[in-house]
Design a protein around this ligand. Structure first.
Ligand code: TXA
Ligand code: MG
Length: 322
């Protein structure tokens, strides 16, 4: 059931969480599927509901920096600076975990990812529970993230019976995930806070995030059911006859593009074309997060095969013209 985040519904949602149940709730980035982060059994339900592999650790959501500090063994000056500037907001900080955090939350890693969301309904829920909330995006594993309560209902349906309605998500792509190494920030996942903004506060490692560093960074992710191929906005690929193709274009304003990205992918996917041709965007600002999602969404084998067909066809036509 989708429920407005009134004071009484926040109380009821908190009660569901306190009893070890799951609640889908809005954040400024995407909708999360939440459980009491300190209850291992409840957190286990998240993995079952999403069919998420147990090696993929969760983000823990808090309502204050002090609450975050209790979940970490120690912090760093760089982390503190980023927290002062970007919290509440779409920035997740990875640091060594304290004994408070169950191993299932971190997939056995010695670190825990924590963020303070800015969405008022998310903060109200965490405060009502008086405990941190572990939450991944509220979609089946590997698929497009939900940015409206309706998306959550479509994706997880009867598996979650409490969905808090916070309207459409403002940012539209997930948080930026940051770890630290030798006094430098390491960007594990580009997201709502652009790396350019982070660089103004702390030194950023040029080393690309190793897969090992963030087990959830899989090559294929955020994927629609339809095959997707990336193209430049100016490209007009010749498409074999009989193939039903839809184009994913983006607004010039990259923030607006991020806000509507997952909605646009879902809309095209519903039409069930043979192929989605998605325009690339400049990889600056939040554009890096958009490109990261597009790359993963299009990395499925089916898309590659159809793309090869299109390219072969285009090459043949060129030869005929000569
Ligand atoms: O905006 C967001 O971050 C949303 C909302 C709901 O807060 N959440 C989200 O969660 O995107 P999820 O589970 O879809 O992605 C979590 C990411 C994964 O890439 C995971 O590998 C990484 O965070 N992560 C979590 N804990 C980690 C850790 N201890 N070390 C490294 N990476 C970690
Ligand atoms: Mg996700």
């Amino acid at each position: 059931m989708i429920r407005k985040p009134t004071a009484s519904n926040i109380c009821r949602a908190a009660r569901v969480l306190r009893r070890g149940g799951l609640v889908a709730f809005p954040t400024e980035t995407v909708y999360g599927l939440g459980a009491d982060a300190l209850n291992a059994k409840a957190v286990c339900k998240i993995f079952e509901t999403k069919k998420r592999p147990h090696f993929d650790p969760l983000i823990v959501h808090v309502a204050s920096p002090e609450e975050a500090a209790r979940l970490w063994k120690k912090t760093t000056p760089e982390a503190d600076r980023l927290i002062r500037v970007f919290w509440p907001g779409p920035l997740t900080i990875v640091l060594p975990k304290s004994d408070l955090v169950p191993d299932i939350v971190t997939a056995g890693l010695p670190t825990v990812a924590v963020r303070m969301p800015s969405h008022p309904a998310a903060l109200a829920l965490i405060r009502a529970l008086k405990k941190p909330i572990a939450a991944p995006s509220a979609n089946p594993f590997g698929r497009t993230s939900p940015t409206t309560p309706k998306n959550v209902e479509e994706d997880l349906g009867k598996k979650v019976n409490f969905i808090l309605d916070g309207g459409p998500c403002r940012v539209g792509v997930e948080s930026t995930v940051v770890a630290f190494e030798k006094g430098k920030a390491v960007i594990l996942r580009p997201g709502g806070v652009p790396v350019e903004a982070i660089r103004k506060c702390v030194r950023v490692s040029s080393r690309a995030a190793k897969r090992r560093g963030s087990p959830g960074l899989l090559k294929t992710h955020y994927a629609p059911r339809t095959a997707m191929v990336l193209v430049d906005a100016s490209e007009k690929p010749a498409v074999p006859r009989g193939l039903r193709v839809r184009r994913l274009r983006h607004p010039k304003d990259l923030r607006a593009a991020a806000t509507r990205l997952f909605q646009a992918i879902r809309k095209l996917d519903k039409i069930k074309p043979d192929l989605i041709l998605a325009d690339r965007v400049p990889a600056r600002g939040i554009g890096s997060a958009i490109m990261d999602r597009l790359n993963r969404a299009s990395s499925g084998l089916k898309g590659k095969k159809i793309a090869e067909r299109i390219l072969r066809h285009a090459a043949r036509r060129k030869n005929v013209k000569k």
